[in-house]
Design a protein around this ligand. Structure first.
Ligand code: SR1
Length: 395
């Protein structure tokens, strides 16, 4: 991977992106380059440059010095571009073919130049349209097991693991998660955003000390358990897919945290999607939920059997203990994701695009109820099938 000419930070435009592509000889000199801004995320600009024929394309992603979703009043470190590029590379070493290729980076411009994936679709968008992506959960289950196992103490020498913990220290982006997922939605905080029709349900959450105690424990785990190099924001908007391919993008929230966090966020977003569907359409999503966990476990166990770095790995019951802990954490984190996507600052289109007000409120009440039950009862939920059963009980 090349590191391009160092420059002073400036916010890119379509014109300066084309100049940069020419300067870096990313296309043949005669190609009539076309550039469009395609980013629909909360934080960055994403430019796609093509050679006019539409055949060759690249993506140039630039971090802004503030959160795009809020504006300049919310400053944000540019260092996240470097974290993202390094995480794509590190995860790509293990989850081969499941993340985009990085061609070049420039730390001072906060850009990453990478593989164009615009032949694929953002999974959240596709699921909202009713698509089901047959390979999605097998690919994500494998991605989770391979990236999380291989960056953990179960696979790495302790010196290497601790040096990665330092390299991927990401305090500003972690703070966003600490606030937006674990704190603000559970208190009367100004960042929260919900319909007046949900006031009673939201106040019940703010007054539920049992729930808040369990969220405090999950937040503590997020703050303190440096188990593996996480993606850190693995929702369905961070995944591109087609019937044949799956690619995980946008790991700018990457850091060393609890393994169940990535799994929980992905499952939480599938659960949100499931509540937006009519009865018979929900099965496809439930199958993805089950298959994600089952594939994760199978692949994790395969990795566990291979390496010999930790003598305790062969001790009877240890692997089962580790997987059980990961499962309960995942269920709790999924619950937090359900609640924050319903009443916190960063909503999801799955819920907000439900046009009928009554239907939208009913669905949001369901995601809140499910979130609460997943958090509070996570230690009594002992299988992925029990999660599906619980979802079926929510009216
Ligand atoms: C201000 S950032 C809001 C959300 O967008 C990102 O994708 C993360 O999910 C974050 O919580």
């Amino acid at each position: 991977m090349a590191v391009v000419v160092m420059k002073e930070y400036e916010s890119l435009t379509k014109e300066t992106v084309i100049s940069l592509a020419i300067e870096l000889s990313l296309f043949s000199s005669e190609a009539p380059l076309v550039c469009e801004e395609i980013g629909d995320g909360n934080l960055n600009y994403v430019f796609r440059v093509t050679d006019g024929s539409g055949e060759k394309g690249i993506i140039i992603k630039q971090a802004l010095p503030y959160a795009k979703v809020i504006g300049e009043s919310w400053p944000l470190t540019l260092k996240r571009a470097k974290i993202e590029a390094s995480a794509l590379q590190k995860h790509g070493e293990y989850a081969v073919g499941l993340v985009p290729k990085v061609y070049a980076t420039d730390e001072s411009l906060a850009i990453t130049i990478m593989e164009d994936l615009s032949h694929l679709e953002i999974v959240r968008e596709g699921l909202i349209k009713g698509k089901s992506y047959p390979k999605l959960s097998t690919d994500i289950g494998e991605y989770l097991a391979l990236t999380l196992f291989n960056t953990s103490d179960f696979a790495l020498h302790p010196f290497e693991k601790k040096s990665l913990v330092v390299e991927f220290s990401n305090p500003e982006l972690c703070k966003i998660t600490e606030d937006l997922i674990f704190t603000d939605p559970f208190f009367d905080h100004e960042t929260n955003d919900f319909e007046p029709a949900l006031q009673a349900e939201v106040e019940a959450i703010w007054n539920n000390n049992l729930l808040k105690l369990e969220v405090a424990k999950l937040k503590r785990s997020f703050l303190t358990e440096a188990e593996a190099l996480l993606h850190g924001d693995l929702h369905t908007g961070s995944i591109f897919a087609s019937e044949a391919e799956t690619k995980v993008i946008d790991p700018e929230f990457a850091f060393y945290g609890p393994i169940g966090f990535d799994i929980g966020l992905f499952l939480g977003n599938l659960i949100v999607q499931s509540f937006t569907r009519q009865d018979d359409q929900r099965d496809a999503i439930h199958t993805h939920i089950q298959n994600t966990w089952n594939t994760f476990c199978a692949k994790f166990s395969e990795c566990w059997k291979k390496g010999e770095s930790d003598l305790y790995k062969s001790i009877e019951g240890y692997e089962a203990f580790v997987l059980e802990k990961i499962f309960h954490d995942s269920v709790g984190f999924a619950g937090c994701e359900l609640i924050r996507r319903t009443i916190g600052l960063a909503h999801v289109k799955d819920l907000d695009s439900i046009e009928n007000h009554e239907q939208r409120i009913l669905t949001k009440k369901q995601t809140l109820k499910a979130g609460e039950r997943l958090i509070v009862s996570r230690h009594e939920i002992n299988s992925i099938d029990a999660v599906i059963e619980l979802l079926g009980e929510i009216q």
